[in-house]
Each structure stands twice: as structure tokens, then as C-alpha cells.
Design a protein around this ligand. Structure first.
Ligand code: THU
Length: 144
């Protein structure tokens, strides 16, 4: 990641885990944390927020992107760590849901980056480029 701050995997994963402590997920009991790393070194976090009307749940990644964009960010997304509640058991690495991939893609494409997604599992942190999770993505460039 030339020109970007050094990615400290442990710190970004810890930030996602800390965010998940504020998860509001009484219906699924599935707490998710997300931490976005930007090219200026800033980290913006999110966690999932559920609703008594179950279908209205908001994912951790979507909250994090919304927070960042509400703060004025329009790109510079370098990496994203995502944690779930099973990463200390026998859990496979969590991956962002389809909607969150699209939401992440909007912020990434605005700044012309292809962020690395750190998917945290019990035995490994799987690193996957967003473009691998969402190939041939529809984005803002299509509307230009
Ligand atoms: N969830 C996320 O926060 N991110 C994802 O990428 C997958 C799912 C949340 C939504 C819901 O609150 C809970 O996990 C169970 O689906």
C-alpha cells in the first residue's frame, strides 16, 4: 500500500472488536464490529444496530461508512477490519454481506482505492481485496 499509512492488522482488528462492544443486537445476538482505515491514518468504526422490526437492522460496515461520509470523507479508504462474535471459537472468517460490499464500494470508488478487507476468524485473518468480494461492481463512475 504505497503512500498509505502502514496497516497495523492487530490495531485495526482491535478497533473493530472494541466497536462491537456497543453492538445493539438483542434479536440475533450476533455482534459485529467494523473498523475503516483511511490514508490519513484515521480509523472510523461501526457496529450493527438492530430493530424490533427485524428487517430494519443496520450492519456494522454500513454504520461505519455512514459515520465516515457524514464526517465529510469521500475516499481514501485503505483497509477494513470486520469481526464477528465467533472469532474465538471454531468460526470461519466473517465476510461483509452483499449490501455492505456495495456500500463500501461507493466510498472506495470515490477515492479510487481497492481496500483490503480483513475478515476475522478464529484461526486466521483472511485478507481479501474489495474487488474480489464484489467483482464488476456498479459504482458512481457508471452514472458519470
Ligand atoms: N451483520 C453485520 O453487521 N455485517 C455483516 O456484514 C453481516 C451481518 C449483522 C446484521 C445483523 O444485526 C446480524 O449481523 C445478524 O445478521
Amino acid at each position: 500500500m504505497g503512500g498509505h499509512p502502514e496497516l497495523n492488522e492487530g490495531e485495526l482488528v482491535a478497533a473493530a472488536r472494541a466497536a462491537a462492544e456497543h453492538s445493539y443486537s438483542p434479536y440475533s445476538n450476533y455482534s459485529v464490529g467494523a473498523a475503516l482505515l483511511f490514508d490519513d491514518g484515521a480509523v472510523v468504526t461501526g457496529t450493527n444496530v438492530e430493530n424490533a422490526s427485524y428487517g430494519l437492522a443496520l450492519c456494522a460496515e454500513t454504520i461505519a461508512v455512514s459515520k465516515a461520509m457524514a464526517d465529510g470523507r469521500r475516499g481514501g479508504l485503505v483497509a477494513v477490519a470486520v469481526t464477528g462474535p465467533h472469532d474465538s471459537g471454531d468460526g470461519d472468517p466473517i465476510t461483509p454481506c452483499g449490501r455492505c460490499r456495495q456500500v463500501l464500494n461507493e466510498l472506495a470508488q470515490l477515492g479510487g482505492t481497492d481496500p483490503e478487507i480483513l475478515c476475522v476468524g478464529s484461526d486466521e485473518v483472511r485478507r481479501v481485496a474489495l474487488s474480489q468480494l464484489l467483482p464488476h461492481a456498479f459504482g458512481p463512475a457508471h452514472l458519470a
